[in-house]
Design a protein around this ligand. Sequence first.
Ligand SMILES: Cc1cc2nc3c(=O)[nH]c(=O)nc-3n(C[C@H](O)[C@H](O)[C@H](O)COP(=O)(O)O)c2cc1C
Length: 367
Amino acid sequence: MSLLFDPGFIGTLQLPNRLIRSATAEYMSDLEGRPQEPMFDLYRELAKGGVGLIITGHCYVHQGGRCHLHMTGVYKDDLLPDLEMLSRAVHDEGGLVVMQINHGGRQCPQEAIPGTPVAPSPVPTARGKERPRELNEEEIWEIIAAFGDAAGRAKAAGFDGVQIHAAHGYLINQFNSPAANWRKDRWGNTPAARMRFLEEAANSIRHRVGDDYPVLIKLGMEDYVRDGLTLKESTEIVRHLAEWGIDGLEVSGGIGRTSVVKDVLRPEDEAYFLDAARAAREATDLPISLVGGLRSTEVMERVLEEGTADFISLSRPLIREPDLPRRFLQGQKRSACISCNRCWPPPGEIGIACRDPNKEEREESSG
Ligand SMILES: Cc1cc2nc3c(=O)[nH]c(=O)nc-3n(C[C@H](O)[C@H](O)[C@H](O)COP(=O)(O)O)c2cc1C
C-alpha cells in the first residue's frame, strides 16, 4: 500500500492518510463572511472524496483584513452558527477540518475593507497597489488579539484546529519580510524583531485555545522579490515554531503568481517548493506538509520516502477532482489538473471551479 495512505499525526490530530486539502479561498460566503450552501456542498464532497484533512480557505480575523469580497469571516461571534454548519458538513461525512485564519494587510483591496489598507510599513505591494498606512503599536496588538479571538471562535464552532496564514504576501508574511517591513522599532529592523508579530500571534492563539488544540502554520519561506524574505531568515523562524506552540508546518512561498505556479505538466515541474521544505526539515522536527505543484503519486511518494515532508498538500487538483484521494486509491496515478489558474471566479461571478476550457474533451479522451 502506498505511503500516501498511512495514517499520521499533527499534534493531537490523527489524519487517516497523508493527503491534505491546502487552504483554498472558495469565494462562496456572503458579504458579511457567512458561508453559504454551495460551500457546505463543496466541503461534503471533499470529505467524501477521502482527503485526510481539509484546511478551509483563509478566513478574515478582522474587518480591516478582508482580502476580497465573498471571503469567509471569523471576526465576530455572530458568525459562529454559520461556521458551525461548515464544520458539521465535514464531520457528518467523517472528515477533519482546520480553519485557516488570516489578515490581508496591504494586499486588501479598497472594496473589501473600511478605510485604507494597513501594513507594517507604508510600502506599496510590488503590483503598485495603493500605499498602505503604517500600523501603530495599539493597532498591532488589536490584530494580534483578533488572531487569538478568531482561533477561539474556530474551536467553539467545532473546527479540529486552526492554521495561521503566514504566506503569500499577507500581513504576517509582510511582518516577516524585509521588503515590506521597514520598521525601526521592536517589530522590525532585525530578523528577530520581524518575526515578533508571528510569535505574538501564536502566543495569543495558544492562550485562547489551550494546550491540546492543534495550531498549524502555512509559512512563506521565500518571497522571490528584491530584498524579500530568504530561506536563511525563514529557516530561523522555523527553528522557533515548536517553542511557540505550533504543531505542524506547511511549507509554501512566493507572492501572487509565484505561489500558484502555472502549467505544472511534467514531473520535473512538480513540488516547486521542495528546496524550502528540505531547509525546513533541517530546522525542525515538527510534521511538515509540502504544497505547490504536487500532481503525481510518483513525486508525492518520493517526497514522503525521502523524509522531506510527512504530508502532501493539494489545492488546484482538488478543485478539479474533489475525490482525487479515492481515485489514487483506485489506481489513478496523476491529477487531471493542468494548473491553468482559471479556478478563480471571473469578475461578476462567485465560487471557485475548474474552468479548464478543454475539461470535457480531456475527460473523454482519458476514458
Ligand atoms: C483559487 C485559489 C484560492 C487559494 N486560496 C488560498 C487561501 O485561501 N489560503 C492559502 O494559504 N492559499 C491559497 N491558495 C494557494 C494554494 O493553497 C496553494 O498554496 C497553491 O495553489 C499551490 O498548490 P497547488 O499547486 O496544489 O494548487 C489558493 C489557490 C487557488 C488556486
